[in-house]
Design a protein around this ligand. Sequence first.
Ligand code: ADP
Length: 269
Amino acid sequence: LRQRVPTRGERDELGRLALTFNEMLGSLESAWKSQQRFVGDASHELRAPLTVMRGNLELLRRHPHLGPDERDAMIAEIERETSRMTRLVEDLLLLARSDAGSTLTRTPVDLRAPLLEALRDARTLARHHHLALDAPPGPLTVLGERDRLRQLLLILLDNALKYSPDGSTVRVQVLREAGQITVLIHDEGDGIPESALPHIFERFYRADAARQRDTGGTGLGLAIAAWIATQLGARIAVHETGPGGTTFGLTFSPLPAPQTQDPERTPVL
Ligand code: ADP
């Protein structure tokens, strides 16, 4: 890939062809590099839980007479790392499928159902937080797949919980304006540092504070959320962030107007 076709200036057809060819080589090279980086990062992330698991298993084998508390703590750690690896593998599979061109179907769905499911899932994670929902009455129809919508909402809720202190409130607000539906997820955490903002949707990116707190995250959540949102024609963005907290917004495009039949083309029965 490093070799380029020698160009002889753009003027003649052969020269332009060589330039186009070189441009194609350039984009192939950068796609190849980003795939290599993805595989490298994924292997690194998979190795960490494996190391912990192997270490604990070896200790358990070498010290058969450990006290029951110590044994239980080590087994619990192995279980935690196993679930972390399972989550990681599922996330990697989804991203690999997205790279391979997998697409989501867009059918009308009432957002309320996946939203309530995601909130129920979040409630099991949010033992020390308050969760609040503010949504207008009536159906909230958007285009998407119910399970993926739930996954997308849960990623944002899970982050809001992970990055805000115990005892604080995570608020979900749904707005319906001119046929457009927006979901706002607001937390009372420390906010996202400005230097981190351009990177949060990148695969494996985690701001330093997140790494240090070891929230169990993998840095893939927002990359997956962004892929699902794009597939569903929705926009995902940080609406506000600072010491008072962060607000993520998901905006769904209005549904296409119902097809009115052209009277001229209505078949005569
Ligand atoms: P992670 O698994 O680390 O949560 P994500 O891709 O979901 O990975 O998020 C990327 C990074 O963005 C996080 O590591 C964290 O630094 C930052 N982040 C995401 N959501 C929030 C939030 N609500 N408040 C503060 N920081 C956040």
